[in-house]
Write a protein that binds this ligand. Structure first.
Ligand SMILES: Nc1ncnc2c1ncn2[C@@H]1O[C@H](COP(=O)(O)OP(=O)(O)OP(=O)(O)O)[C@@H](O)[C@H]1O
Ligand SMILES: [Mg+2]
Length: 282
């Protein structure tokens, strides 16, 4: 009896693995946005990178890998839109814009205040489920927003993708602020990415400086230049700096990624240069 159960489980596992392989064969590149530190702008960068790529005509999916703090639905303006399924049992991503869709645990929750209380293995199963069962269609890019740190989520996602795509490892993008305490954690992310053999696109310094709207004087709230110094020391590309821009706060709260709706703002112009640098790497 136990042997039959084990055989059935093994069969189910190998079917799921085949499904995962098949699904990932329709995704050309995966970019994991990570940082050792919380609140440095990972979700902002992930959402706006996806928006910028979609605006250029690429087919883009966003996978919200932050299961305890799923912010992507709010940032992309689709909070409260439930994830739907089709008759064949596939999960359908929520459409944000033409060529741009997303999947987040946030779109599974009954209300925005509901906490997700899952341990590591449940989160791994959920991520595998998302990767194997979401019907994205053909994607040029899958952008993954990660929670802070080097724990379960980045590990699960990187391993699931690398195993299913037979050694094709995802790309990693590290976000930091210039402050020493953020840099210390972000350097860990670089080492983490190296340990997992992820392809490092580079480091982005966010919240780099703030220009006074009255006199234009630049104030370095979190210091400046640390991201570039860390990139040089660690031997990874420095992709650029994004200033602190009140437009980002407003657009984020309104669910309108600035790379779709307000590219001309200070953050948008810096971000555009970063996107151009990234695109040269593909
Ligand atoms: N360049 C910027 N200018 C102004 N505000 C910004 C900028 N980048 C991010 N923010 C704001 O900072 C806050 C944190 O950003 P975000 O949620 O993207 O960080 P995070 O690294 O994903 O956080 P967490 O670790 O909690 O997932 C948000 O309120 C966001 O709107
Ligand atoms: Mg986040």
């Amino acid at each position: 009896m136990i042997k039959i159960k084990e055989k059935t489980k093994a069969k189910e596992m190998s079917e799921e693995q085949e499904k995962l392989k098949e699904r990932l064969s329709h995704i050309r590149h995966t970019i994991m946005v990570m940082s050792g530190k919380g609140g440095v702008g990972k979700s902002t960068v992930a959402a706006n990178l996806a928006a910028a790529l979609a605006r250029q005509g690429y087919a883009v999916g966003v996978l919200d890998g932050d299961m305890h703090g799923p912010n992507i639905p709010l940032i992309m303006g689709v909070e409260g839109r439930p994830l739907m399924g089709d008759e064949e049992g596939n999960m359908l991503p929520v459409e944000v814009y033409k060529n741009l869709s997303l999947v987040s645990v946030g779109n599974l929750l009954q209300n925005r205040d509901q906490p997700v209380v899952w341990r590591g293995p449940v989160k791994h199963t959920m991520m595998r489920h998302f990767l194997a069962n979401v019907k994205w269609g053909e994607l040029d890019f899958l952008v993954v927003d990660l929670p802070p740190g080097t724990g379960d989520e980045p590990l699960s996602i990187a391993q699931l993708i690398s195993q299913a795509q037979a050694g094709i490892t995802p790309y990693a993008l590290v976000v930091t602020t210039p402050q020493d305490v953020a840099l210390l954690d972000s350097r860990k992310s670089v080492e983490f990415a190296r340990t997992l053999n992820l392809k490092l696109l580079g480091i982005i310094e966010n919240m780099s400086s703030f220009s006074c709207p009255h006199c234009g004087h630049a104030i370095d709230l979190f210091k400046q230049g640390g991201g570039e110094r860390a990139a040089t020391e660690l031997g990874v590309p420095f992709l650029g700096a994004i200033p602190i821009d009140p437009n980002v706060v407003r657009d984020t709260d309104n669910g309108k990624p600035f790379m779709l709706y307000a590219m001309g703002c200070a953050a948008g112009m810096s971000f555009q240069r970063i996107v151009e640098k990234i695109m040269k790497m593909f």
